[in-house]
Write a protein that binds this ligand. Structure first.
Ligand code: HEC
Ligand code: HEC
Length: 400
């Protein structure tokens, strides 16, 4: 495209140069022709000058006029189609240049203007935010390190709209502030769009998104990893949903626990606890203290098995929630609940949304594992094994 744009520019310059040289030559010739006048105006008035005789006029002169006209015509005839041929390339080049400018502006905001990098890490690799927790009366309770999820995979779990919502409104009660106008933040609609363009430019490829969680499982429990990959292979390796083969119940509980709770994998971006267990984002999951806080973003999932079938449960985790669309045949969806199985941004290339394939963060056997773990949260308290480092929870005086 760049080549097409350059060639076209060269052709343009050549034509321009030819025209300029021609005009100058014509002017000079004109001036020289008029300078020949000397003597009385009556005798030598230009229109009284004897002109060429017929022979010359209809011979050399005429031929020259005709040939130069034909030459000009040929030039236009060649130049116009050339220009027309290169036009799509030029337009694509322009679109691409715009896109690059948008990404650059987004990067500038991410790294400098809005300092997203301070919490979410370079290129959205994930990080941590220092945060002060107050109680309901505004009294200091604790200073914590709150995991800021990796964003180099965020467009595998949220649609563009879902990301825009978080950027606009932030996550009240967490270190994530509202950045967009609708939420009272400092950035314009255009800047929020540029941030999303930038986030697109740092999204990992689908293989790397799957490998992040798979490799972590391998590091924690190699046998479990091997069995997980075997089941996946029996599902044609591509995470076939719904009727997929599954791990044993024991393996599902173990794998489900890793995925549900783990805050170390990509700064918690694959975890459920960060939204469903107050305190999980700062290493105080399942603590009575944590439950005194405003609560987590998502509801407590204990008892989920009483309000949903396994199939409904699977569909929800696989597809996430759509604003306004019901789920579990009674509730209104909240777009903050991400999709974990299906890529919410697939199949919209025509609307200019990059297509990274049909799968999202987790494969079918992993989603089933999380579901089994969740449906046993209230049956078996041993299931709720908390994240490490939860010893130092402060005690409250005068609360509850
Ligand atoms: C002070 C630290 C901080 C800054 C600065 C910050 N974030 Fe966040 N962000 C967080 C934390 C922490 C969360 C997770 C909140 C939660 O637990 O629900 C988050 C959540 C998000 C999410 C939702 C991701 C998910 O999977 O839940 C997105 C998207 C996001 N931030 C983008 C940005 C962008 C873009 C910027 C810069 C304009 C930014 N953040 C600036 C700390 C920060
Ligand atoms: C970024 C935050 C976030 C993450 C991460 C998250 N959820 Fe949610 N989830 C929500 C929100 C918000 C709701 C509540 C929607 C509503 O208002 O009805 C919800 C609702 C649910 C529900 C329905 C609960 C009910 O009682 O209606 C289930 C089940 C669920 N989530 C499971 C999961 C699982 C499993 C994971 C991890 C694979 C997960 N969630 C990760 C935010 C999150």
């Amino acid at each position: 495209m760049i080549v097409a744009a350059t060639t076209q520019r060269v052709v343009g310059f050549v034509i321009f140069a030819v025209v300029v040289v021609g005009v100058i030559a014509w002017l000079i010739a004109n001036m020289r022709a008029s300078r020949a006048e000397v003597g009385s105006e009556i005798e030598l008035a230009a229109n009284r000058k004897p002109y060429y005789d017929d022979e010359e006029l209809e011979g050399k002169k005429l031929n020259m006029a005709l040939f130069s006209a034909a030459g000009l015509l040929a030039l236009i005839g060649v130049a116009l189609p050339l220009y027309w041929l290169a036009e799509p390339g030029r337009q694509e080049g322009a679109v691409e240049m715009f896109q690059e400018t948008f990404v650059d502006r987004g990067r500038e905001l991410y790294e400098v203007g809005a300092q997203c990098v301070a919490c979410h890490g370079g290129e959205g690799s994930g990080g941590v935010a220092t945060y002060i927790i107050n109680d309901q009366n505004g009294q200091f309770v604790d200073q914590v390190s709150w995991a800021a999820p990796a964003l180099n995979n965020v467009l595998y779990r949220y649609s563009e709209e879902g990301v825009r919502y978080v950027l606009n409104y932030g996550r009240p009660g967490s270190p994530m502030a509202a950045w967009g106008g609708p939420g009272g933040g400092p950035l314009t609609t255009q800047q929020i769009d540029n941030l999303i363009d930038y986030l697109w430019s740092v999204q990992k490829d689908p293989v790397a998104v799957a490998a992040t969680i798979d490799d972590s499982v391998k590091g924690l429990d190699e046998g479990l990893y091997t069995r997980m990959m075997e089941v996946r292979k029996s599902n044609r390796g591509d995470g076939e949903p719904v009727d997929a083969n599954r791990l044993s119940r024991a393996d599902e509980l173990a794998l489900g626990e890793i995925i549900f709770n783990n805050q170390e994998i990509a700064a918690g971006s694959y975890s459920c606890a960060r939204c469903h267990v107050a305190g999980a984002s700062y290493g105080q999951a399942w603590q009575p203290f944590a439950r005194l806080q405003k609560g987590a973003l998502g509801p407590n999932l204990e008892g989920i098995q009483d309000i949903s079938t396994e199939q409904q449960h699977f569909d929800l985790i696989w597809n996430g929630m759509k604003p306004g669309a019901g789920y579990f045949s009674r509730k209104q969806g909240n777009p903050q609940m991400p999709a974990f199985g299906a890529n919410p941004n697939t199949g919209q290339a025509e609307q200019g949304i990059p297509d990274k394939g049909e799968f999202g963060m987790l494969k079918a056997e992993q989603v089933w594992a999380v579901i089994t773990y969740e449906r046993n949260l209230s049956n078996d308290s041993a299931v709720k094994s908390p994240v490490a480092g939860t010893e130092s929870s402060p005690t409250f005086v005068g609360q509850q």
